[in-house]
Design a protein. Structure first.
Length: 645
């Protein structure tokens, strides 16, 4: 695990007629230090930098897979420099091939394999060979070209800043907060992304909440030629290339055959992901679900970590302790109090860099804190649902098709005609989502696993930037790329690109690195993806069951009650807390603040809060509380970055 930063500069460059920013190497080095210190939690084991007349690079690192990997890494002739965040699990095989080709290694680090691999094969071939997670940047000192890449799934983050003026530096970093420590970073809110955040609950496009700051998308690399910037001409822009994308191509096979293949593949990838440097302890997160239980049982680790809440409805710790006992490992657990949960929100949103309204992020923050007391690396089950068809919503295209076969088309037309006015009058009647949304084509109603505010609702809340693209405009390119897929594969494809990268993996990275530990997700692996792409629909989902082949594979290692357990996620009692006086008043204070008045019609926000407080229907209250939470998390995040800092 590492944190990396970098920026272009010219030792003779002036800015707006003022004194040069980097007129001395010392000033440049001080800026590198300040930016890397801002993300020191990502790498407490070491610090390094490279500064020349055009480029500044910095890194912090935590030695988890290999030891002694002091950064930056240099090629033998020192014409190429790499800063790196990640872990390459096939690094030993690649190292042998590179040594045979004549490369000389100065360290045993997997990061140095990336640099020599770039020299030997070039960027495209290198990225085809890497098996792991990574974000890296390579500076070619002679050609004055910068290369940057991010792994296939987007496990590791990489941001870049272009700046508004031609003389503004190009910057990149593992976390946006590093940019705040560069004297030429112009911190401004990008309000245009707020509307779609309200729909998705996370920042969904390559734009971020900071003006001129962008995310490098997963499975992309960029190139930047710096000659123009060094001579004072118009600033160059990075050129983006997508080097890979999922390709679901089902291959016929029985459920049992695919379960066998999955079990073998999981065994192999877990073996790779449990490799560690000497003295590094590897543990595993453990919930009541099949994914983390399967990984924990396969891993051979002796420590597992679980968090929950006091209420039995929201507490998985008893299950975890019993399961850990059955597989012969130790379980460390923590019950999160409401006070602890609410007290941590500001810190959590600061670590996220952008607002994220997933309530489970807080649980992961405390699980990571607990794990960090006993381990440096922790395994996780992320990826199973997107790759193997694990979300309950994936069953709905099949359920819809089954009902259509049983009922004449004119009946469904009638149902569609009466559903909207019926639920307008009686919104708590059961079946609302199925009858109203599932009467539409998939691309009109499915925008991913989070769907908080629709366009009409968010327009009613926002004071400006109401006419930003609708969610369906954001998802349309992904549906266009999957026109020949079955509906379930379309949903998986969309979630891999948006939900997984924007929510699931973001919070996994930020909550673990906040406590200086490394999370590894064995299922987010190139070989596992190839296998998942080949699964026929009947091995993924039917009308009653999700990730069928995966569950059957897990059943070889788990008790049946666990392997076939419905997905629970990480349930949080938000709807309960928001009805209690203390938390109701806390949120109401935020909803009526001067900051809230800048962006929202605050009377509408308070109405949401009051509607939830009066609501006696749990399902409706869950919907209302998620809407409230999405707005509140934006306000908490804004306070961290634009009020406190």
């Amino acid at each position: 695990m590492s944190g990396l930063i970098g920026f272009t500069h010219a030792l003779t460059q002036t800015v707006g007629g003022a004194q040069p920013f980097a007129d001395t190497r010392q000033q440049a080095q001080q800026t590198v230090r300040a930016m890397t210190d801002a993300i020191a939690h990502r790498g407490p084991d070491g610090f390094g930098m490279h500064v020349d007349e055009e480029m500044c690079l910095g890194a912090r690192w935590l030695d988890t897979l290999t030891a002694g990997g002091t950064q930056p890494f240099y090629s033998e002739d020192r014409t190429k420099v790499l800063v790196y965040d990640g872990e390459i699990y096939n690094h030993e095989i690649l190292r042998e091939e590179l040594i045979a080709a004549g490369h000389v290694f100065a360290t045993h680090s997997d990061g140095e394999v990336v640099l020599h691999g770039f020299e030997q094969w070039g960027i495209d071939e290198l990225l085809k060979r890497l098996r792991g997670k990574f974000a890296f940047v390579i500076w070619d000192v002679q050609a004055k070209v910068l290369w940057g890449a991010r792994d296939f799934f987007g496990v590791k983050p990489l941001y870049y800043y272009t700046g508004a003026g031609d003389l503004s530096p190009f910057m990149f970093a593992s976390e946006i907060k590093a940019f705040l420590h560069h004297p030429q970073f112009d911190k401004r809110l990008n309000e245009a992304v707020l509307a779609n955040y309200l729909s998705f609950q996370y920042s969904v496009t390559h734009e971020t909440f900071f003006q001129d700051v962008y995310k490098l998308p997963p499975a992309h690399y960029f190139t930047l030629q710096l000659d123009a910037g060094a001579t004072g001409k118009r600033k160059p822009t990075p050129q983006m290339t997508q080097y890979q994308r999922p390709a679901f191509k089902p291959v016929a096979g029985s459920l049992e055959e695919y379960a066998d293949r999955i079990d073998q593949a999981v065994e192999e990838t877990v073996g790779l992901h449990t490799m560690a440097a000497p003295g590094v302890t590897v543990g595993s997160f453990l919930s009541s679900g099949v994914d983390s239980s399967y990984i924990a049982s396969k891993s051979g680790v002796d420590k597992t970590f679980t968090v929950g809440f006091i209420s039995e409805l929201y507490n998985e710790t008893d299950y975890a302790k019993e399961f850990a006992r059955l597989i012969g490992v130790e379980n460390y657990s923590k019950v999160i109090t409401p006070h602890e949960y609410w007290e941590a929100l500001g810190t959590i949103q600061y670590h996220m860099d952008e607002p994220l309204a997933d309530p489970a992020a807080v649980g992961l923050y405390f699980a990571s804190k607990l794990a960090g007391e006993h381990a440096t690396v922790v395994l996780s089950g992320e990826g199973a649902d997107e790759l193997f068809g694990g979300y309950g919503v994936y069953r709905e295209p099949l359920q819809k098709a089954a009902l259509y076969r049983k009922m004449p088309a004119f009946v469904w037309r009638f149902v569609g005609a009466v559903a909207r006015p019926l639920y307008t009058v009686a919104p708590t009647l059961p079946g609302r989502d199925f009858l109203m949304r599932r009467n539409k084509p998939l691309q009109q109603w499915f925008i991913g696993n989070a769907d908080i505010f629709n366009v009409a609702e968010r327009r009613a809340l926002l004071k400006s930037n109401k006419d930003t693209p609708a969610p369906q405009q954001i998802t349309a390119p992904y549906y266009a790329q999957t026109a020949h897929y079955d509906d379930v594969a379309k949903m998986q494809y969309l979630d891999i690109h948006l939900w997984s990268a924007g929510d699931i993996l973001l919070k996994a990275d930020r909550m673990t690195t906040a406590h200086s530990i490394e999370v590894r997700s064995p299922l987010l692996d190139r070989e596992i993806m190839k296998l998942a792409e080949s699964l026929p629909l009947e091995c993924r989902v039917d009308t009653a069951c999700t990730k069928k082949a995966f569950r059957l594979a897990a059943a070889r290692s788990l008790p049946e009650v666990v392997a076939n357990k419905d997905k629970l996620g990480f349930p949080v009692p938000l709807r309960v807390w928001l009805k209690e006086d203390a938390y109701y008043e806390q949120v109401k204070t935020a909803f009526t603040s001067e900051v809230a008045h800048q962006f929202f019609h605050t009377n509408a926000l308070v109405r949401l809060l009051d509607d939830n407080r009066r609501c006696t229907d749990d399902a409706k209250s869950n919907v209302l509380s998620r809407k409230i939470w999405t707005v509140y998390m934006f306000l908490v995040w804004y306070d961290e970055f634009f009020v406190k800092r």
